[in-house]
Design a protein around this ligand. Structure first.
Ligand code: PMP
Length: 291
């Protein structure tokens, strides 16, 4: 038996879950999504992901045809149907089926689907030794044009940056904002440690306000590690004691080299390791239980 996918209100076999070629999610990237994880039978930060999804949809004027609670229950039902204890969940809402024009008024019913599957992480080596990233030429979207706080299906800005990272021989790209300040990576937020303080760019620089980012800031607070949201240049990154990325899929990934400069001691630092440990603990004990 294959995976069950939640598709417009029903759990169907993955092989039966088909989106129309007239769906504006496909034709125009007109839709929103969330990547969520479950650990140990607990969905991590489900309410926060649902809140962000509803906010993204609200800005795009896509009316999600379920209440927040119904959506949460649909995620839980999908996980139960697939008997996965540790899963990666992809929750997608598109504008729905329309005609070949852009006009969203032609799309009468949003498409909703939820996939619960396994997750592919960065190689384990990265978590032990740290990763190398490079700054890429493609800047993060100008917030006035397309605000990165909207987690939309239109990821070409990030995909171009990812291509540039891969062309440069590394896994991940550092994206600056259009003014040259540090923004984020293609699917992860970025933090540094400087003089013992944890620093990350503020949302107004033009980033997705990551849920892992928020969680790490809270964990740092509990560990009495000072936290600041502050604009940063590449110079600030090069001269940091530690650097790491955060994201639902990546969790906390140490960075030890940026554009050829060694960061700190060139291996995952002690604040990073402490936060990785605290994060691992909280993911195993907090969340919405489904099995
Ligand atoms: N930035 C971008 C561009 C992302 O796509 C993501 C999610 N993959 C993140 C940051 C991290 O967000 P979260 O911690 O909510 O997964």
């Amino acid at each position: 038996m294959g995976l069950k996918v939640y598709f417009n209100g029903k759990l169907v076999d993955a092989s039966e879950a088909h989106v129309s070629v007239y769906d504006h999610g496909l034709l125009y990237g007109d839709g929103v999504f969330e990547g969520i994880r479950s650990y140990n039978g607990l969905v991590f930060k489900l309410k926060e992901h649902a809140d962000r999804l509803f906010e993204s949809a609200h800005t795009l004027m896509i009316k999600i045809p379920l209440s927040k609670e119904e959506l949460i229950q649909a995620v839980v039902a999908t996980l139960k149907a697939n008997k996965l204890t540790n899963a990666y969940i992809r929750l997608v809402i598109t504008r729905g089926v329309g005609d070949l024009g852009l006009d969203p008024r032609k799309c009468s019913q949003p498409t909703v689907f939820i996939i619960a599957d396994k997750i592919v992480l960065y190689p384990e080596r990265i978590y032990k030794e740290g990763m190398e990233i490079i700054t890429v030429p493609t800047p993060r979207n100008l917030p006035e044009a397309l605000n990165p706080q909207i987690k939309s299906l239109n990821y070409l800005n990030n995909i171009l940056a990812k291509i540039e990272a891969v062309n440069g021989g590394v896994e991940e790209a550092l994206m600056l904002n259009p003014h040259g300040y540090v923004a984020e990576c293609t699917g992860d937020n970025i933090f540094i440690v400087k003089k013992g303080t944890l620093i990350t760019p503020p949302a107004y620089v033009g980033i997705l306000k990551g849920i892992t980012r928020g969680c790490v800031m809270e964990l740092a607070g509990s560990a009495r590690i000072p936290v600041k949201e502050q604009m940063m240049t590449r110079h600030d990154l090069f001269n940091a004691e530690e650097c790491f990325l955060t994201g639902t899929a990546a969790e906390i990934a140490p960075v030890v080299r940026i554009d050829g400069r060694v960061i700190g001691e060139g291996r995952p630092g002690k604040v990073t390791l402490r936060l990785m440990r605290d994060f691992r603990r909280i993911t195993k004990t907090a969340g919405v239980r489904y099995r």
